[in-house]
Ligand binder design. Structure first.
Ligand SMILES: Cc1cc2nc3c(=O)[nH]c(=O)nc-3n(C[C@H](O)[C@H](O)[C@H](O)COP(=O)(O)O)c2cc1C
Ligand SMILES: CCCCC(=O)C(=O)O
Length: 386
């Protein structure tokens, strides 16, 4: 009868003490605001332009209402999902979030430990603060994926995915929507770009192909090395050819992240990638762009069940994840929720966020009359606009 939800309730109520960690997204956001300087907080919290799309990502969830079913014996429940061989305790994965050293000194190492402890896979960013090998060591046997920003050097892209494969990452997620940074007012106002401070460059600086491009080693001339990174990073000329070159360089399944247009989804099917992520990068790239949840149903329709469709941008609670799954997502990714918890409380904060999400999904699912996330579908929701 027990489950993530009851276990968490018994633990907290049983102690009878006010817990030292929040249970809400807003609570963690507030703590992060208190501990971080304005530049770092603004970088994590901010979106593109007026931040309309960032807000729309949230508002899109309010349109959909869960329709609980009664008397359906939900005593045995299974929240887990499996995506391309990676098993997760619930319909969540930890989204690739770069430069986490601006949030906490243990950065991705703490996240990897929390992910392994809670059974939720992590997707490591290209622009992580520790090398992908260092992070892999903290993950043990837990499933992990690597996110690639393909740069201007095909050899470097190949080297990065080969390293990821050797280090036990089991899929590559190629992010398409950030070939350059969006217009981020908060960061411009704070004159804050973490890369210029040498954050987020560990995978490049440790890479033999990248190092061979430099006149001086990054340890001797870090500024020149950061400039070389920025040159390699900006890729407005990216096309499917670059994606396919990466696919040829690895035997791992490849997903593309940043799809919101059904035509792009159809093209992804034609090209034969193994999965896609519906995402607008948490509203950080194109202001005025469609809310990710509003884009999801048409992308799911275009894909027609031929590959997993993951979803992110705006997931803050168990209810949000259930809505996305009911609309056809195989699983969801969360970004800022765990980044804030990391900032405020390191590994234990990230664990709390993941455990809360699992507990919430468990109770929400049970009280809505479902034994598994796989039972959710169009009839689980009411469209408030109808
Ligand atoms: C501070 C920050 C850094 C990010 N870095 C990356 C990254 O390196 N690679 C990537 O694919 N997405 C990156 N993202 C986007 C996330 O993977 C994800 O799409 C987004 O955060 C989801 O929205 P949410 O924050 O509303 O959950 C970043 C997001 C944030 C907030
Ligand atoms: C160079 C951009 C990497 C980080 C990122 O994806 C973000 O800040 O959204």
């Amino acid at each position: 009868m027990a489950g993530y939800g009851l276990d968490l309730q018994l633990e907290v109520y049983g102690k009878g003490e006010v817990p030292d960690h929040p249970f809400s997204y807003e609570g963690w956001e507030q703590r992060a605001r208190e501990v971080l300087d304005a530049g770092a907080f603004g970088y994590i919290a901010g979106g593109a332009g007026t931040e309309w799309t960032m807000r729309a990502n949230r508002e899109a969830f309010y349109r959909w209402r869960l329709r609980p079913r009664m008397l359906r014996d939900v005593s045995e429940r299974d929240l887990s999902v499996e995506v391309l061989g990676a098993r997760s305790a619930g319909p969540f994965m930890l989204a690739p979030v770069g430069v986490l050293s601006i949030a906490h000194p243990e950065a991705e190492l703490a996240v990897a430990r929390a992910a392994a402890a809670t059974g939720v896979p992590v997707i490591l960013s290209t622009v992580s603060s520790f090398t992908l090998e260092e992070v892999a060591r903290e993950s043990g046997d837990a499933p992990r994926w690597f996110q690639l920003y393909p740069g201007r050097s095909p050899e470097l892209n190949r080297s990065l995915v080969e390293r990821a494969e050797r280090a036990g990452y089991s899929a590559v997620v190629i992010t398409l929507d950030t070939t350059m940074l969006g217009f981020r007012r908060r960061d411009l106002e704070n004159a804050y770009l973490p890369f210029l401070k040498g954050e987020g460059v560990a995978n490049y600086f440790s890479d033999p192909i990248f190092r061979a491009r430099l006149k001086e080693a990054p340890e001797r001339d870090p500024e020149a090395a950061v400039r070389a990174f920025l040159e390699v990073y900006v890729t407005p000329d990216l096309t499917w050819d670059d994606v396919n070159a990466v696919r040829e360089a690895t035997s791992l399944p490849v997903l593309v992240k940043g799809i919101t247009h059904p035509e792009d989804a159809r093209e992804a099917v034609r090209q034969g990638v193994e999965g896609l992520v519906v995402s607008n990068h948490g509203g950080r790239q194109v202001d005025g762009a469609v809310a990710a949840l509003d884009a999801l149903p048409k992308v799911v329709e275009a894909v027609g069940g031929s590959m997993p469709v993951l979803f992110d941008s705006g997931v803050r609670s168990g209810a949000d994840a259930l809505k996305a799954v009911a609309l056809g997502a195989t699983a969801t990714l969360v970004g800022r929720p765990y980044a804030y918890a990391l900032a405020a409380a390191g590994e234990s904060g990230v664990r709390r966020v993941v455990r809360s999400l699992l507990a919430e999904v468990d109770l929400q699912l049970a009280l809505s009359g479902y034994r598994s996330v796989r039972e959710l579908g169009a009839s689980s929701l009411l469209d408030a606009r109808d």
